[in-house]
Design a protein around this ligand. Structure first.
Ligand SMILES: [Zn+2]
Length: 318
């Protein structure tokens, strides 16, 4: 199954200009810990969108930035608190860091649990101890607009979705939207700290916006077509999980029972388990409770082992 992923053409690591002086920085192949970023270049100073996770990633991003501009990055947006978007914050020394209020609170609350990251993402274990905590300095709740050198940059939050503090960055003139983890393309969305029902509504609102290009948090650059495909996944798992919830199945049973169709070929399909676990919390009105993360990782490991039983065991481990 693991070599069966959909990999659109041009899905490779690197920086790409998606509108004049607007860049997407993509990391192939978008798996756990491997996210995308953005850059808006202006004469007075540039704005980066997300900082990636470990120093080797952030340094590659910074090197790519140097190739397209000499101006320093003076602003950095965190689209949400997850470490693969905020771990590199401390390497943007000249930047004021901006996020949703909840995102800041979560970064401050969780700090840097190095052991936990090393166990969950062993591929990057050597780099986690080098991280330094850098918490956002400016926060907003619904909307914050920057007017820089004739360009409008809107930061917006439309309610709980992938997390409870997601922000996206919208450029109305350029019709470009940096979605953070509100969008996953060809990589299975992960809702373990989110709200699937509301995520669908947030996607609906984005689909109504005047946007041509959407840079997802994970996966290649796309647009509304890919966002619609991701929406279909969320709608499907919510509907199918609800049936199984009503029939008295456990989340683990439901996740195994559900047919993923084309989404079995999106990377990390085992995320169906945390997604169903979270949906069960949604159905029980328990979204204020954290998901049992250890149980979730163990469950995903088991699912991978079952699905990959005929393959080499080392295909699993990030
Ligand atoms: Zn995330």
């Amino acid at each position: 199954m693991h070599d069966n992923w959909i990999t659109p053409e041009g899905f490779k690591t690197g920086i790409e200009e998606v509108a004049p002086k607007v860049y997407a920085y993509i990391q192939a192949y978008g798996e756990l810990g491997v996210s995308n970023a953005g850059l808006l270049v202006d004469r007075e100073g540039s704005m980066a969108i997300d900082a990636l996770m470990v120093p080797s990633m952030t340094r590659r991003f910074l090197a790519a930035i140097k190739k397209v501009t000499n101006t320093p990055v003076t602003r950095l947006v965190n689209t949400h608190h997850h470490i693969d978007h905020s771990g590199g914050n401390f390497l943007f020394r000249d930047a004021e860091i901006i996020s949703h209020t909840y995102c800041r609170a979560e970064i401050e609350r969780t700090g840097l649990p190095v052991d936990f990251f090393q166990k969950r993402m062993p591929r990057f274990a050597a780099e986690f101890p080098r991280l330094k905590l850098a918490v956002p300095e400016v926060t907003f709740t619904d909307r914050l607009v920057f007017h820089v050198a004739g360009r409008e940059v809107e930061l917006r939050h439309l309610g709980p979705a992938h997390t409870f503090g997601d922000a996206f960055v919208y450029l109305p003139k350029e019709k470009v939207l940096f979605a953070g983890d509100l969008a996953f393309y060809y990589v299975t969305p992960l809702a373990f700290q989110g709200h699937v029902g509301n995520w669908i509504k947030v996607v609906d609102r984005i689909l109504k916006m005047d946007v041509d290009i959407i840079v997802p948090g994970h996966g290649p650059i796309g647009g509304k077509k890919e966002l619609q495909e991701m929406r279909t996944y969320l709608v499907m798992i919510r509907r199918e999980a609800k049936k199984r919830f009503a029939a008295g199945m456990t989340a683990e049973q439901a996740a195994r029972d559900m047919k993923l169709g084309i989404y079995a070929r999106w990377r990390e399909p085992e995320r169906i388990l945390p997604n169903v676990m979270r949906l069960y919390q949604e159905f029980r009105n328990e979204l204020d409770q954290p998901l049992d993360v250890l149980k979730m990782f163990e469950g995903m490991r088991q699912l991978r082992a079952e699905w990959h039983a005929a393959d080499a065991p080392d295909t699993c481990c990030i």
